[in-house]
Design a protein around this ligand. Structure first.
Ligand code: NIG
Ligand code: FE
Length: 404
């Protein structure tokens, strides 16, 4: 005899995000079975034949995969409010970075902040995201740049995972800015990252992905390539901040080397997109940074769409270019500022956000997937993209456990 499922959620409208051709396809009068944290049944209520230990009546509300914020820098010390004021006076982000502000000022503050304090501050940011139905968040290091602070940041990310009802995936972003100890010696810094920090992080299992900032105010494609090679030799995944402020062909390089994602891509050249489309790389769009930096160059959304490059959307939550602790707001921005359709945005914060993290077990509602789910009392999921700050999920399940 079959073991009963742990939980059945019935009488729901399910948007599975499982059909890439029809992202907004709805399963009316749906039912879902969950056992051991995994989805074991998804279909019509009338076809649900198993016995369930517990049954929840969804009252006709909407069941969606939990949202995934696949690009954040939410562990950091200090604040950049003063820099925000400077930018309003007309000094650019790149200029502030050249003057030693920007990322470097957060590096100084993060080095000076204790692990405990970093944890307390980051916990609040994670909670803001979780309130909106985010069940998985990616967190990057990159505000330490020395061994101890990078390790400290990644330990905080790990603790956040244990302390909150949210899955955390950690990424080592050592190649974010050049620390003062290595001024004028960028290649020596890359040596340090590749031969000392990355092996330690792999050894302590503190991250499963490595990111870089490939940019005129960051690192060259050749330097990023060395980082990718070392990361891959250690069994770590790769991803990259590319073409945010200029076109260095970082997206081509990263995608050719098997990157999970290329992020920002405002300055990505249209002619490079067919080559990227041949790979498995996701383009992660970050409208919060575009908005805050008052950018005018939009990512080539039409061409990405035409060539079927999967697009994800994330907050880029960080103290400088995107102090946006709201994925729902970033979703609205992706539509209003970049012209993504609500269907693209919803796919980009579920299915394709999972793909951008290499998490094939998440992001859709299908048998065998993790039961990370949100129940929304809304007329239609398009509403989640259309308005700002109208909705919170009624219920959230993480691995089948009610965490709301
Ligand atoms: O994704 N581009 C580099 N990194 C971050 C910005 C970090 C910062 O300004 O502190 C980004 O926009
Ligand atoms: Fe970023």
């Amino acid at each position: 005899m079959n073991q009963p499922v742990d939980l059945c959620i019935n009488n729901v409208r399910i948007m599975t995000m499982a059909n890439t051709d029809k992202p907004l396809e709805v399963l009316a009068n749906g039912a879902l079975g969950i056992k051991n944290g995994k989805i074991t049944f998804v279909g019509s209520q009338t076809d649900f034949a198993e016995e369930a230990c517990k049954v929840i009546d969804g009252q006709g509300k909407w069941l969606l995969p939990g949202f995934i914020d696949c690009h954040t820098h939410l562990v950091y010390g200090g604040s950049r409010a003063a820099e925000f004021e400077k930018r309003l006076e007309g000094i650019s982000y790149a200029e502030i970075a050249k003057q030693g502000g920007g990322i470097k000022s957060t590096v100084k503050a993060t080095r000076e902040t204790s692990e405990e304090m970093l944890f307390e501050q980051a916990l609040k940011r994670v909670r803001r995201l979780a309130e909106e139905g985010v069940t998985t968040v990616e967190i990057k290091s990159g505000y330490g740049l020395d061994m101890d602070t990078e390790v400290k940041m990644l330990k905080v990310a790990k603790r956040l995972s244990a302390a909150t009802p949210i899955n955390v995936q950690s990424t080592y972003l050592g190649v974010h800015a050049l620390p003062n100890e290595f001024l004028e010696r960028a290649d020596a810094y890359i040596d340090f990252v590749c031969s000392e920090v990355m092996p330690e992080i792999a050894e302590q299992d503190l991250a499963n992905c490595v990111d870089v900032f490939c940019e005129s105010i960051g690192f060259t494609p050749a330097q990023c390539q060395r980082v990718f090679e070392s990361a891959k030799s250690l069994g770590l995944n790769i991803k990259a901040h590319v073409e945010q402020l200029s076109d260095l062909k970082g997206a081509l390089l990263a995608s050719q080397m098997g990157a999970l994602s290329v992020d920002h891509v405002e300055y990505l050249a249209e002619q490079d997109i067919p080559t990227i489309a041949q790979t498995d790389t996701v383009a992660v769009l970050l409208p919060g940074a575009f908005y805050y930096l008052n950018e005018t160059q939009k990512p080539p959304v039409d061409a990405l769409r035409r060539h079927k490059v999967p697009m994800a959307v994330a907050t880029d939550l960080n103290p400088g270019s995107s102090p946006v602790a709201s994925l729902l707001t970033a979703m609205n921005m992706a539509s209003v500022l970049f012209g993504l359709t609500p269907a693209e945005v919803l796919m980009g914060t579920t299915r394709y956000a999972a793909k951008a993290l290499g998490m094939q077990n998440k992001g859709t509602i299908a048998t065998g997937k993790d039961a990370d789910l949100c129940l929304w009392d809304i007329e239609h999921p398009i509403e989640l993209v259309y308005g700002i700050n109208h909705h919170r999920p009624d219920k959230v399940w993480l691995g089948g456990k009610d965490v709301s």
